[in-house]
Design a protein around this ligand. Sequence first.
Ligand SMILES: CCc1ccncc1CNCCCCSC[C@H]1O[C@@H](n2ccc3c(N)ncnc32)[C@H](O)[C@@H]1O
Length: 715
Amino acid sequence: ALKLRPDYPEARENFYRVANWLVERWHFLMLNDRGRNQKYQQAIQKAVQSGCNTVLDIGTGTGILGMCAKKAGAAEVYACELSKTMYELACEVVTANGMEGSIKILHMKSLEMEVPKDIPHRVSLVVTETVDAGLFGEGIIESLVHAWHHLLLPPQRGENEFSEQSATGRVIPAGATVFGMAVECVEIRRHHRLCVSEVGGLSMAATGELRSPVSCSSEPDDSMEPYTTERLSRLPGGYKPLTEAFKALNIDFNNLQELEGLSSREVQQICLPIIQEGELDALAVWFQLHLDEESSLSTGPQEDTCWEQAIYPFSLVALGFVLQPGDKLIIEISCRDAYLRLCSVAVLREGHEIRLDRHPDAQSSGNASKNPNPEAELCNALACLQTGQNQTKDFCMLECSEMALLNNLDYHQSFCSALGKLVSRLKVKCQKQEQRPDLTDPASSTNCTDPLYVLDVSEGFSLLSLIAASQGNVKAYSSVEKDKQQEVLKRIARSNNISEQHLEFWLNHMEDEQGMLKRPSQEKLWSAIILDCVETCGLIRQKLMEKASLARCLLEEGGHIFPERIVVHGMLVESDILLLESAVQGQEPTLGFNIAPFINQFTVPVHVFLDFSTLECRHLSEPVELFVLDLMDANTNYTNREVKVQATSAGRITAVPFWYHIYLDQEISVSTLSQNSHWKQAAAVLQQPLEVRVGDWVHLAVRLHKSTISISAHV
Ligand SMILES: CCc1ccncc1CNCCCCSC[C@H]1O[C@@H](n2ccc3c(N)ncnc32)[C@H](O)[C@@H]1O
């Protein structure tokens, strides 16, 4: 659609969302990582010069590694790519670099490839970088086992073998070493477990077990992810190592037996001394990719690498459980279902062991007197872990952003105050009408014992309906849909003396947005409607203004929409990392190959899921108000605004990060940039960086069209 009508705004907005999805952001980071590209190039050159002259690039992406092999003089180069978009891109890139005749690119997964159907004979070299932050997440083990069986010449046997290199197969990278470390990190903790005992005046004692989608149990459960990923060096508040980095696993990609044995390797336990006091929040995992004997790439947190680490959050032990120096942490490592799984199973403290695999209330803190042989106790603790018999099944799963929202006390306290103000204001109004009924308008006669109606159409898990109901004489409607989540709300309501009939559930997924937004009943209107305005990624929710105008018609006299106003703030920054994550910067980082113009078609002008508080950047201006959205009065809204902002430092403006002050009423507001906000921020990346001197006035053209913010700048 964009190719046909480049100015068509809907296509443009959808393209951004689609482009973000089609081409993963790490492509830009990878291609801009000159060090990585050069290391791969050198390893490939050495292999080709030593005789590997038929090459297969598995997961070619833009084709860069295949082109390296060709340029190094390989006689035959093949490449395969499972993503259609990347396959087509690779074809364009190879053609643009004059190699279309000499690299055969296949749009298929390597596992489907056969000799001679897809490639005429077995190759002597496979290059690939099909790895994710957890190493195995892109299926590299399975791909290499298949490659050794079907696509590669047999490996070199022993040193004395005289067969020349070209008759033997080899893989680049040659192998990997996986490292781990136990960390304390509040930022991880608040995204993966409930950290508060009371929220918005509601006790959370009755919630039951709440879990994020990341399970650290060694039991593979399809609804859970084995790990999440974070860039430890960029987490707000940082992290605290609780153990030295330990070597978790070594794998040789040129050893088929080792590759095949990986998933049946017995579970490994290691015992780690705690080096400083702290709460066990997660295990962080990274790796070294050994391209060959000489060079390797690392994804470690201490490197200046751009890669994320795999994070295994810990959530089973009671909050406030502090590890002490002298403790020993027992960790279990397994990769049975092709995923690397690590979990902490026990702590050895002064001769007795504290099991970490049970829920706190089932804690049997054996002690030295009762437990003469802690190791025996530990072994049977681990044994029972194998069967997973002690994983409590009845828990409620929340997204990480929902868990962080639940832990956001300021957000809920603000709503509690704003709703309280509205409810008392409406009650006073009603009493006045009761004392002096307006005879000219019989409909205005209201019975003040009737409850007020409040509707919460927040996306996902939300406590706001309960907070409304807890104001007294309020009938609250919630759009929470999942059964388990509704049960949690009911349990919280009961334990906070909110009667069942003051809480109803409406389903949010009615066929159209009108479906959800209706009157509470024929003769009633809402006193308050709570809308969800900003997505976790930092963008305005789609169709927000339509929903707001619909909601306004459903309010009773004096009723209110929450929030009533959203003020968008932003500032001018110079940020190289944002450039590196959004577009390939010329030909130089990509070894002189002409790749940038092709992959940069997928550049999106707005970058999302940013942590602005830890983004490496230079501030070139003060924060400035960019835009105001009034949800209570549509007439004051506009779609364009010219904002002038003065540069306070000289530099090159590359982006305009923005965030929101969400006004619940005239005085009470929450910021999406606040310290324990569950929101991330977004940034408009400028088409062309803009040089400014101190004092220069920069004109920003801010446009909001269908919830998509676009910003252009000129001096
Ligand atoms: C230091 C490396 C690093 C460390 C941590 N995080 C990121 C990185 C950077 N590498 C990320 C690559 C990750 C994606 S893999 C690259 C491309 O290959 C494709 N594919 C994947 C498997 C596969 C297959 N069997 N057959 C054909 N194609 C295949 C994907 O469709 C993708 O386009």
